[in-house]
Design a protein around this ligand. Structure first.
Ligand code: DGJ
Length: 726
């Protein structure tokens, strides 16, 4: 399988289904990257080493003094260390007991084994012995720090993963100040950087820009991966487009402060590093202790951004997401948030559920406001006891009535938070993240609980368990509505305060893991003020994620487009909401709202009791059609046909066997009589496809000549077409 070692040349070759990654043990034991790209048939590519470019300001390594061309500063470093002659951004920096942070990383040994091991306390991708192979390269610094670089390649995917483990082999403490998960030095400077940025209601906007000389940083320091940058970035080689050219994607399986940094140097090398954000981070290692970085996923595509996304989607479906929820159809829910906000009671919810049952939906999700005294967002987070004034008889009574209608019940929580006005805060003011002697920043009238503390984690698990055991609750929406400030923990000693952010994330994984183990049949949906923590680590727990609080279909096309760069449709929770839209005020046809939401995990976010007769018929048809075709979206390959940058947008999903396809076209902006042809992709050119009107055409015709979408369509009108191969 994938990993070979040429002991004579001291070269490792790591092959995935269509890429090769080649590295060597260089002089002095420096690990050097030689190549990353399309799969090669031989490993002896030492000639790709950059060995020129030396001038008097570029130091030689002490161990390579005899070779004037060898310098850490111009080397393709595999895991660049701080302070030993490589002045570019470093992947590892460890402060020692003497107080300096000079770090070096030299080869000591390696091992290769089948399969892949989990990371203690952190989620990561899976790979059985038959699917994956792993290389561990053990390196050492003179202080005694052991640095193990771990690579896994996947036989059936153009994907490899990387991470590192730092172990204190000294007899005094060490402090890890930088520990990135992956680093790659590419031997040319002309990449464009693709990354996903945004804010609340506008998550994962796509930006592509040339990488100039110097450092570029995409990061979060908010304690969560966040709305503003996603822990995903791609380097696009010159000429890369949606369907052709080379793209290298990097995605971190991590939900906290992350950083993806690039540096283009004076000599034409491009370095990328991805891992925990070093800003505010420091981790003390006592002798014998280990620190594990999160995992970085690296994907290579020579079929452009589209190939990169499809490869990541398939990889995540097979190696990250929970298998059970890929096979089990997800419930089509109605969530009451935009229907009622905080103003509901059992009778209102049951009325919505009655409508939902008649229209073919599967579940009622009770959003924020069912607990404590929460009639607005000013109170009660942390007090997870039912508000009997709103819900007499509690959630169990509501569940019974909803279940009697043939529907399941889902419930919203925001477990990591505490309201200033809450019994929990009054009892344990020190349980939230704060710094003694400083004002506490407040957002949405709430504070963040200190999940680095065991008793806080236990409280969350216990209080949620009581609720989840009290009624037949089949679904949890896990929300997170503010970021961390005044970061310090009451229990950590001074020299460990830099650990808080990462300990918070580890605490979060532990809490979710414990709850999922206790309630294995409950479907968890993630949410963070919409899509504010949409990352692979969260997706490993939450098979679906509330993509954004912006449910306007035109805005959603852009948000779902950006999300699809890295994440599969089966993770995107998408609901039909009311028109005019509550966030944008835009009026859109019911059909378009349905067609856009049907590009992910479908549901409703409106008052079903307020629909017209015609809209009720629309819902019935939408739900029935979605259920009949959802396998195409959930398991199929996505082709982004027209990006939503102009007057139209179009996309399609094709089943892996190419027998079924679902095409969606949206006219974002009206134009009178525009000519519009859209070429399909991903079909079998030699098969005949028949659409719902009985029109038969060859796959090659549909892909080369395209569909004729010419016609007057108003703002935000949509068309969907279903194709089946004969
Ligand atoms: C933010 C979420 O994104 C919304 O869907 C909703 O659950 C509110 N929080 C409730 O407070």
């Amino acid at each position: 399988m994938g990993i070979t070692f040429n002991s004579e040349k001291r070269i490792f070759k790591l092959d995935t289904s269509s890429s090769s990654y080649i590295l060597k043990i260089g002089r002095g034991g420096y690990m050097m990257g030689l190549y990353y790209g399309a799969r090669l048939d031989e490993c002896d590519v030492d000639y790709l080493t950059v060995r020129e470019g030396h001038d008097s300001t570029v130091p030689l390594s002490a161990s390579a003094e005899d070779d004037w061309r060898f310098s850490p500063d111009t080397m393709q470093a595999e895991y660049p260390a701080y302070g030993s002659g490589d002045f570019r951004i470093s992947a590892v920096k460890i402060k020692n007991a003497a107080g300096n942070s000079v770090t070096d990383c030299r080869y000591e040994g390696h091992r290769i084994y089948k399969g892949k091991e989990p990371i203690p306390g952190m989620p990561s991708t899976r790979g059985s012995d038959g699917e994956a192979e792993t290389l561990e390269i053990m390196c050492r610094d003179v202080t005694g720090a052991g640095i193990t670089l771990i690579y896994t390649v996947f036989e059936n995917h153009p994907v490899m993963t990387r991470r590192a483990v730092i172990k204190n082999g000294a007899d005094s403490p060490l402090w890890v100040e930088r520990a990135f998960s992956a680093a790659v030095d590419f031997t040319h400077p002309e990449f464009r950087l693709l990354h996903l940025w945004g804010c609340w209601g506008r998550e994962r906007a796509v930006e592509r820009r040339p990488l100039g000389h110097g450092i570029t940083k995409i990061s979060s320091g908010r304690g969560a991966s966040g709305h503003y940058h996603n822990p995903f970035a791609a380097l696009l080689a010159p000429g890369c487009s949606e369907e052709s050219g080379e793209a290298y994607g990097f995605n971190l399986v991590y939900s906290g402060n992350f950083s993806i940094e690039t540096e283009v140097d004076a000599f034409g090398l491009t370095r990328i590093i991805a891992g925990i954000n070093p800003e505010g981070f420091s981790w003390k290692l006592d002798p014998g202790e280990e620190f594990y970085t999160p995992e970085a996923v690296m994907v290579y595509s020579d079929h452009g951004e589209g190939g990169m996304s499809r490869a990541l989607h398939k990889f995540y479906r097979e190696h990250l997401l929970e298998r059970e929820w890929l096979k089990t159809p997800r419930p089509v829910v109605v969530n009451n948030w935009e229907a009622t906000y905080f103003g509901f009671d059992t009778e209102k919810l049951v009325a919505i559920a009655k409508e939902a049952a008649g229209l073919g939906l599967d579940m009622l999700v009770v959003d924020d406001g069912w607990f404590g005294k929460r009639n607005d967002d000013r109170s009660s987070l942390g007090d997870w006891t039912v508000n009997e004034e709103k819900l007499p008889g509690g959630l169990s009574e509501l569940a019974k009535r909803v279940n009697a209608l043939g529907l399941g019940l889902g419930v919203w929580f925001e477990p990591e938070m505490v309201s200033r006005d809450s019994d929990l805060f009054r009892a344990h003011p020190d349980w939230c993240i704060h710094t003694e002697g400083r004002d506490m920043s407040i957002a949405r009238h709430q504070y963040v609980l200190d999940l680095s503390r065991q008793e806080v984690r236990d409280y969350i698990v216990d209080s949620l368990s009581v609720v989840l055991s009290s009624a037949n609750i089949e679904y949890v929406k896990w929300d997170f509505n503010r970021n961390l400030t005044e970061y310090s923990s009451a229990l950590l000693p001074a020299d460990r305060q830099g650990e808080l952010f990462h300990r918070y994330v580890l605490g979060l994984y532990s809490v979710i893991g414990r709850l999922k183990a206790k309630f294995p049949d409950v479907l968890f949906e993630g949410c963070a003020s919409g899509g504010g923590r949409y990352d692979p680590a969260m997706l490993s727990f939450f098979p679906q994620y509330w993509t954004s609080d912006d449910t306007d279909p035109i805005e959603r096309i852009k948000i779902q487009y950006g999300t699809s760069l890295a994440y599969p449709a089966c993770t995107m929770s998408c609901h039909v909401s009311a028109s005019p839209n509550h966030q944008t005020g835009r009026k859109t046809p019911f059909k378009t709202r349905g067609d856009v939401a049907a590009a992910g995990v479908f549901g409703y976010e409106l008052d079903l009791t307020a629909l017209s007769e015609r809209e009720r018929d629309d819902v019935k048809r939408q739900v029935a059609e979605y259920k009949a075709r959802r396998h195409i979206v959930m398991e199929g390959d996505l082709y982004r046909l027209v990006p939503p940058d102009g007057d139209i947008a179009a996309w399609m999903y094709v089943t892996p066997d190419k027998t079924e396809a679902l095409f969606t076209y949206v006219r974002i902006k009206t134009m009178i009589a525009p000519v519009s042809f859209v070429k399909l992709r991903g079909l079998d050119p030699d098969r005949v496809y028949i659409d719902e009107n009985g029109v038969r055409r060859l796959g090659s015709t549909l892909m080369r000549a395209g569909l004729n979408m010419t016609g007057n369509r108003r703002d935000a009108e949509s068309v969907t077409m279903y194709f089946r191969a004969e």
